[in-house]
Design a protein around this ligand. Sequence first.
Ligand code: UGA
Length: 437
Amino acid sequence: GILAAGAVGVVGAGYVGLATATGFCHLGHRVVAVDRDTTRIDRLRSGHSDLTEPGLDSVLQSGLDSGRLTLSTDFAELSRCEAVFICVPTPVDGAGHSDLSAVFDVIGKLIRIGGDICIVVIKSTVPVGTASRAERLLRPSAMAVVSNPEFLRESHIVTDFLDPDRIVIGDSDRVAGDRIAALYRGIEAPLERVSLESAELAKHASNAFLATKLSFVNELAALCERTGADIREVTAAMAHDHRIGEAFLSPGPGWGGSCLPKDARALLHSGREAGIELGVLDAAVAANTGATGRVIDTVRRGVTGSAQGNLHGRRIALLGLAFKAGTGDLRFSPALDICRSLIDEGATVAAYDPAIPQPVAGLPDEMELVDDPLLAAKDAAAVIVATEWPEFTELDWAAIADVADDPVVIDTRTFLDPGQLSRCGIRLYSNGIAPTG
Ligand code: UGA
């Protein structure tokens, strides 16, 4: 590669940093990945990422076997890298303000290390204007800044890095941008060469647009229920229009995870700072806040016959806790909001998630975690399916109907087979489908 003389540096060995480090290594580059967490680096050196990411441990192992991947807690090792990718967290508070201290700490360290470093690449998600701020700090050390946002979906990070929809490279120094673009040689994907500001906004805008699409679909699902339409039929008809596309049209209990909610808030914050009202996004965020309430109303209707009914003392089963299938990640999971609301109403909640066999941090104290869906459903007045785990379509619903108490099932993801459940004597409420009977 064009950086053959030096190695590629990566700071931060979380989802983004690991995908970047192992991905560049897979493309043939020498990579130095640094994280200050000793335990994490030790585990990684033994070939274990501890992330539920298909393919990650295998690219990690082949990186280690090739001798091209160095994992270290020593930042000074980065001095032999020409380009360093910053992949550290940028948490966003409730007001949408991004905490960029980790990014600027790293930049300060890179300035002090110096050595071969000539390009600092910001891969962490940051608000527009961050890269140009970094550029001013780095100018005296003659280091260039490139913005190269990531678009990795959790539980797909390896394939999304190696087979992305696009690669976005923002720069104000064409040569620096060229050198970063060259690192991706071997990957077949459209390359967008843009300004620093455009690259930063493209990341926030992509996630905020997806969030908006989902809020729209979720409100449409409510309308379908009221009018006798079926959200699956409506979205299937919409999806044939290539301008709309088929992805991100499935209704759910609200969008969550560590990225969409945080990026939507951060973009609203950028809008306020710039004096630009992002009213559409504002409404999309507000609609998502109401999504939990809509699920609870459905539970009340199913269990008590009225949306005003009382769930005090009722047992409710919650199937799925993760914010989406394929991960055990609980960050900003709508399932937890549902759980907390139920507990606040005095209901008892027993939950099962195939990716969370044991209690972990972040679960409400009052919630009972079980390791079998049948245990969760025992004596339950309602079974809420909050995560679209494929295995839930293959559950023994007849057995669930048996152990539960005249159960109503609330399918927030509209992916269970209504015929199968009704044959088991289960009353089913599917999100976006008018209840029959
Ligand atoms: C998201 C983006 O999809 C990635 O492109 C981006 O790189 C990443 O954030 C990030 O910024 O790092 P992720 O957080 O893994 O990825 O989650 P998604 O797969 O996008 O799902 C987000 C939420 O939308 C989940 O709660 C999911 O259940 C929900 N969703 C998604 C639906 O309710 N319906 C759908 O049709 C699709």
